[in-house]
Design a protein around this ligand. Structure first.
Ligand SMILES: C[S@@+](CC[C@H](N)C(=O)[O-])C[C@H]1O[C@@H](n2cnc3c(N)ncnc32)[C@H](O)[C@@H]1O
Length: 287
């Protein structure tokens, strides 16, 4: 177990110098509450000589184009895999109709009341599927924005005939805002994009404002488990999470958690280890 001294504490997650990759200005976004302001910068803009407000969403991801292999493509198009895919799996995920994750399992052997894990940003899904296969009595929902990963994950679920997996295409922050309070038993975020440059820190998933959104949907006593191979982000995370009212560090303030046996090695973890990085796990419970 590592004992830490606090360093590089995040002070401001909203900077105005980050180039916007996803800009929207629709009434739904304009109605977002003050707690969402971590993800939004409001700019003055002028259109046709009319001053107006422009709302800029700062996402935690940058959609990337990578090769889609045949299996992933099959899973995204073949009706045999359709029951794994909760919403449109190509293009930007439409989350409008997803307000409850438990009802996705109503007609499955586990039913809707089984313990529920949400994995945010499962990448290609290997470790997510391994965990779901290892715990068949628990329901697993994974959310990603990367289409080849969504396809590959659905393909692996289908070839293993898993009945406890559902996959959502879209932004986890938007999804979490739409879910009921006290809804999920465990939320896991493994090797989130580290956003290494200072001007990109506001894109980091672990920030006080995003943790407000995340913990709302966690059940009392539920877990938030995260891990990173980027040292600066590891110290940042422990600062944010230890200071977050309503969460308790399972290993005690300032400490990381030894890597638990139930967490399989992920693709990004392996890549980090090959580059000589360390790995830091953190588990928090909701008070
Ligand atoms: C660095 S990768 C890690 C993937 C995987 N967890 C692993 O360890 O191999 C981070 C992933 O999180 C996804 N991601 C980032 N922000 C997200 C969000 N707000 N909602 C859904 N997925 C997100 C990205 O698309 C990317 O695939």
């Amino acid at each position: 177990m590592n004992t830490l001294t606090k360093q590089n504490a995040p002070t401001d997650t909203v900077n105005s110098d980050v180039p916007a990759t996803n800009e929207h200005s629709n009434p739904a976004e304009q109605a977002l509450s003050a707690q969402d302001m971590n993800a939004i910068a409001v700019d003055d803009a002028t259109t046709d000589n009319q001053p107006s407000k422009r709302i800029r969403i700062v996402n935690t991801f940058m959609k990337r184009k990578t090769h889609m292999n045949k299996n992933a493509e099959q899973a995204l198009t073949d009706p045999e895999f359709a029951h794994y895919l909760v919403n449109n799996s190509c293009g930007d995920g439409n989350l409008d109709n997803i307000h409850d994750l438990r009802i996705l399992f109503t007609d499955t052997p586990n039913g809707s009341e089984a313990p529920l894990t949400l994995e945010i940003g499962f990448g290609l899904g290997d470790s997510f599927i391994e965990m779901a296969a290892a715990e068949p009595s628990r329901n697993f929902v994974g959310i990603e924005v990367h289409e080849p990963g969504i396809g590959k994950c659905a393909y692996m679920a289908g070839t293993q005939n898993l009945t406890n997996v559902k996959i959502i295409n879209g932004d986890a922050i938007q999804l979490l805002k739409q879910l009921p309070e006290n809804h999920i038993d465990r939320i896991q975020l493994y090797f989130p994009d580290p956003w290494q440059k200072k001007r990109h820190y506001k894109r980091r998933f672990v920030s006080p404002e995003r943790m407000t959104i995340l913990t709302r949907s966690l059940k009392q006593g539920g877990w938030f488990h995260t891990a990173t191979d980027w040292e600066h982000y590891a110290f940042w995370m422990v600062d944010v999470l230890d200071d977050f009212s309503g969460l308790s560090n399972k290993s005690g303030k300032g400490n990381f958690t030894p890597r638990p046996d139930f967490r399989p090695m992920t693709k990004f973890e392996r890549r980090g280890l090959e580059r000589g990085h360390g790995v830091w796990d953190l588990i928090y419970t909701k008070d």
